[in-house]
Ligand binder design. Structure first.
Ligand code: PMP
Length: 375
């Protein structure tokens, strides 16, 4: 029978208690949300929503075509200029998602005969970029600039190292300055995914590369998502103008994809302007993360010290993580639950988002629920 093998896989997942299901979220959910990636609490901010609405009224419900045909509006150009300016890079290119931006950056910068050195903890979209690229990939130990250096040593030809700036599971930061140095010693480029850094790290949320002194570097390329701190949807690549021009001509997820929806561009632009006016939002997200970590630790829970706004709490087992998250939900708290196959075996986590708009009372309540439901 066609697809018969799927049933066996489904049965295995059921036996292991690891079935994933979709749970539509009502607009007026009563849950305290520590599960979303809305780090600055901007997704429903009136200025962000109005940015989306105005863009849809002006430009319509969709971009109407690929970027190289009809899908580049003046709004896309404006967003690219402002995003590049904010993060300190020469140019930017927006994509329909951060996933597509990562596929673009890695595939277009790793031609046949090149080497990609990829951190073992990288996000799935960077991993998929490596899989799609013509170059060959060497996976190296997590957050080890010396491992990157060693991998680059023996290679002749173009090379690029790729890394998340903030790793999505544990919320730990990559040693960006040291990585850039290792790359420079070997004339290699550095591509970093700042999905969890933009809006949280760096002065006023300008991102991890900015904080590491890499903004505007001619050998550094940054990818971001518009869907976390900026409360919208979409992604972007930032870097030297010649790299961005290359992507326009060579990146398949740019060329063959419909342009970012105008409403998403308008929302992201609204959030970016808000962040410029209210730079303290970034520091507040970091402070909430530090406080969550301190309170969890004081309650005897094993939490990873956060470098940005992701706070990761160790769970005893994949099944334990699932039950723990479900019990939190039953007590009114939404938390993320990471377990295999999303993460390697042996690493199951509750993943908490330290949103800038959480009150002291909400932080206290969240820690109390997590402590009381601990398996
Ligand atoms: N990179 C990282 C590190 C992410 O966590 C995510 C989102 N889960 C992405 C890329 C993909 O971004 P998007 O959701 O905009 O496709």
């Amino acid at each position: 029978m066609a697809f018969g093998w799927i049933d066996e896989q489904a049965a295995q997942r059921r036996r292991a208690g690891l079935v994933r299901t979709l749970r539509p979220r009502p607009a007026d959910s009563p849950l305290l949300d520590l599960a979303s990636n809305d780090y600055l609490g901007l997704a429903r901010h009136p200025e962000v929503v109005e940015g989306a609405a105005r863009a849809a009224r002006t430009w319509g419900g969709g971009a109407t075509g690929s970027r190289l045909v009809t899908g580049t509006t003046e709004l896309h150009a404006e967003l690219e200029r402002e995003l590049a300016g904010f993060c300190g890079f020469e140019a930017a290119l927006v994509f329909s998602s951060g996933y597509a931006a990562n596929l673009a950056a890695v595939t277009a910068l790793a031609p046949h005969g090149s080497l990609i050195v990829s951190d073992a903890g990288n996000h799935a979209s960077l991993i998929d970029g490596c899989r799609l690229a013509r170059g060959s990939t060497q996976v190296v130990a997590h957050a080890e600039p010396d491992a990157v250096r060693k991998a680059l040593q023996t290679h002749e030809g173009p090379a690029v190292a790729v890394s998340d700036t903030v790793f999505s599971v544990d919320g730990d930061a990559a040693p960006l300055a040291a990585l850039a140095e290792a790359c420079r010693e070997h004339g290699a480029g550095l591509v970093v995914d700042d999905a969890h850094g933009l809006g949280v790290l760096g002065a006023g949320g300008r991102g991890a590369p900015h904080a590491a002194g890499l903004a505007g570097a001619d050998d550094v390329v940054v990818t971001v998502t518009l869907s976390k701190s900026l409360g919208s949807q979409g992604g972007a690549v930032l870097g030297p103008a010649r790299v961005i021009d290359h992507l326009v001509n060579a990146a398949r997820t740019f060329i063959f994809d419909t342009g970012l929806a105008p409403a998403a561009a308008g929302a992201a632009l609204g959030a970016l302007r808000l962040l410029r006016r209210e730079p303290e939002r970034a520091a507040r997200a970091r402070a909430v993360a530090a406080e969550l970590h301190a309170r969890l630790t004081a309650a005897g829970l094993e939490a990873v010290r956060p470098d940005a706004a992701v706070v990761s709490v160790r769970a005893p087992s994949p099944e334990g993580a699932v039950t723990w998250a479900a019990d939190c939900r039953a007590a009114g708290l939404a938390v993320g639950c990471f377990r295999p196959p999303s993460v390697p075996d042996g690493i199951s986590r509750l993943r908490l988002t330290a949103r800038a708009d959480l009150s002291e009372g909400q932080i206290e309540r969240a820690v109390q629920v997590i402590g009381e439901t601990r398996p």
